[in-house]
Write a protein that binds this ligand. Structure first.
Ligand code: GDP
Ligand code: IMO
Ligand code: MG
Length: 420
C-alpha cells in the first residue's frame, strides 16, 4: 500500500477538514504531518460543527486511527482544549489518537516570542496566528526544541528551564513585557494531561501499517502558497506544506506515496499579510466573503477574497505532483453573472504565465471571463445535476492544469460532496 496525501493548493482554508472527514470512511489511518494550532479545519455533520487545530480530521470516525506526526508542532494547552471540546468520551479519543514521540512542543515562551516578533515588525508583520508556530520551528531547526518524547524524562524540567532562559533573554531584547507564571502553570498541567495519550515512533507505525495493507491519508495544513520554501516568502508559515513535507513529517519514503489530492476553493482567499495577485477590494470581493462566510477558523479574522489564480494553481500542481483536484465551495459562486479566471500576470509590461520571484512585481492579473450560473447547487448530489456553466468552469480548470477534478463540494456539510 501507499500513503495518499491531501493538501491545500492556495493560501490555506480550502476546506481540507471537511473533505478529509468525508474521505475518512475509505481509509484506516489519518495523519497530520506539519503545522500546528495555526490550522483551523472545519467539519460539519449531523447538524454540528467542529473546528480542529491539531487533531487529524478522521477523529470522529469509529475504528479509525489518527496520528499526529513528527512534523507537527503541538501546544499541550490547545491540545487539551481541543480534546475536551470534541464531545467524544476520553477513552474513545485515547483509543483513536496516537502522537509521534518526535513531535515538537510549543512552549509558553514560543507564543510570547511570536507576539513580540510580530509587534517588532510594524507594518511588515506576517499576520501570524500568534500560536507560537515560527518560534517553535525555529528551535526545532536550531536543534534546541523540546519533543513529546522528552516529557517523561527526569531531565525534562531542566531542559525546559534552559530553553526558557534563552527565550526570556530574547524577549527582553524585544523590550516585550510579559508574565510567565500563570501560562507556565497551565502548560505544565497540560503536559501532565498529555501523558495519558499513546506515543509512537510514527515512522515504524506507518511502515507496519503499509505492510499490513492499511490505507493511510496524510492531511495537510495551510496551503502551498504558505510553504516556507515555495510560498510567498517571507509571508508564509514555518513548515513545508507541500507533498514532500508528508515524507519528512511522518517518516515515509517518497516511493511509498500514492495519490496527491489537491484542494482548491472555486475562488481564492488569504488571511494575514502578503501578496495576493487576484485579491478584490470591491463589492465582488465582499460578496464572496459574505456568501462564503470567509472569516478565519482559528483567529476569526476576515479573509481576503479574489478570483482563482491559475499561474499560482499550476505552480502548486507542479510542486506537489497533484493527481486529482477537488473543488470546494463551488456553491458560493452561484449567482455571479460572470466568473473571472486569472490566466497570466502582467510583469514589466509583458504577460507571464509563471510566478515571478517576488509576487510584488506583478502589475496586474490578466483574466479571461466565463459565464456564471444562477442555480442553487447546495442540494445537488450528482455531477449530472450541476449547471452547464459550472461544468464548463470546471472543464476550463482541468484543461489548464491538466488534472482531473474528481470531487466537487457544494456546501459545508459532509453530505454536500459530489464524487465524480
Ligand atoms: P481548512 O483549513 O482547509 O480545513 O478550511 P477551513 O475549515 O478553515 O475553512 C473552510 C470553510 O468553508 C469552513 O467554514 C467550512 O465549513 C466551509 N466549507 C467547506 N466546504 C464548503 C463548501 O463546499 N461550501 C461552503 N459554502 N462552505 C464550505
Ligand atoms: P489551515 O490549515 C490560512 C497564515 C497566517 C499568516 C501566515 C503565518 O486552516 O488552512 P503562522 O501562524 O503560521 O506563523 O502564520 O500563515 N496561516 C494560515 N492561513 N489557513 C491556515 O491553516 C493558516 N495557518 C497559518 O494567517 O499569514
Ligand atoms: Mg482553516
Amino acid at each position: 500500500m501507499k500513503i495518499d496525501i491531501l493538501l491545500g493548493l492556495q493560501w490555506g482554508d480550502e476546506g481540507k477538514g471537511k473533505i478529509v472527514d468525508a474521505l475518512t470512511a475509505k481509509y484506516d489511518i489519518i495523519t497530520r504531518f506539519q503545522g500546528g494550532p495555526n490550522a483551523g479545519h472545519t467539519l460539519e455533520f449531523d447538524g454540528a460543527k467542529h473546528v480542529l487545530h491539531l487533531i487529524p480530521s478522521g477523529i470522529f470516525h469509529e475504528g479509525k486511527i489518527n496520528i499526529i506526526g513528527n512534523g507537527v508542532v503541538l501546544d499541550p494547552v490547545v491540545f487539551r482544549k481541543e480534546v475536551e471540546s470534541l464531545g467524544l468520551p476520553l477513552p474513545v479519543i485515547r483509543e483513536r489518537l496516537l502522537i509521534s514521540v518526535k513531535t515538537h512542543l510549543i512552549m509558553p515562551t514560543h507564543r510570547l516570542l511570536d507576539a513580540a516578533s510580530e509587534a517588532s515588525k510594524g507594518d511588515s508583520k506576517i499576520g501570524s496566528t500568534l500560536r507560537g508556530i515560527g518560534p517553535a520551528y525555529t528551535d526545532k531547526i536550531a536543534r534546541s526544541g523540546l519533543r513529546i518524547g522528552d516529557i517523561t524524562s527526569s531531565d525534562f524540567m531542566s531542559m525546559y528551564r534552559k530553553r526558557t532562559t534563552d527565550h526570556i533573554r530574547l524577549l527582553n531584547s524585544y523590550n516585550y513585557s510579559f508574565s510567565l507564571e500563570e501560562i507556565e502553570k497551565e502548560w505544565f498541567d497540560c503536559i501532565e494531561y498529555l501523558k495519558q495519550f499513546s506515543t509512537v515512533n510514527c515512522e515504524y507505525e506507518i511502515d507496519t501499517a503499509l505492510r499490513n495493507e492499511k490505507s493511510i491519508l496524510a492531511e495537510g495544513a495551510q496551503g502551498t502558497m504558505l510553504d516556507v520554501d515555495f510560498g510567498t516568502y517571507p509571508f508564509v508559515t514555518s513548515s513545508n506544506t507541500v507533498a514532500a513535507g508528508a515524507c519528512t513529517g511522518l517518516g515515509v519514503a517518497p516511493s511509498k506515496t500514492g495519490e496527491v489530492f489537491g484542494i482548491i476553493k472555486a475562488y481564492c482567499t488569504r488571511v494575514g499579510s502578503g501578496p495576493f495577485p487576484t485579491e478584490l477590494h470591491d463589492a465582488t470581493g465582499q460578496l464572496m466573503r459574505d456568501r462564503g462566510n470567509e472569516y478565519g477558523s482559528t483567529t476569526g479574522r476576515p479573509r481576503r477574497c479574489g478570483w482563482i489564480d491559475l499561474p499560482a494553481l499550476k505552480y502548486a500542481v507542479m510542486i506537489n505532483g497533484v493527481t486529482q483536484l477537488f473543488i470546494m465551495k463551488a456553491d458560493v459562486l452561484s449567482g455571479f453573472d460572470e466568473i473571472k479566471v486569472c490566466t497570466s500576470y502582467k510583469v514589466r509590461g509583458e504577460a507571464k504565465a509563471e510566478l515571478p520571484y517576488c509576487l510584488d512585481e506583478i502589475e496586474e492579473p490578466l483574466y479571461v471571463t466565463l459565464p456564471g450560473w444562477k442555480e442553487d447547487i447546495t442540494k445537488c448530489r450528482s455531477w449530472s445535476e450541476l449547471p452547464q456553466a459550472m461544468v464548463e468552469y470546471i472543464g476550463f480548470i482541468e484543461k489548464e492544469t491538466g488534472v482531473a477534478v474528481t470531487i466537487i463540494s457544494v456546501g459545508p456539510d459532509r453530505s454536500q460532496t459530489i464524487f465524480r
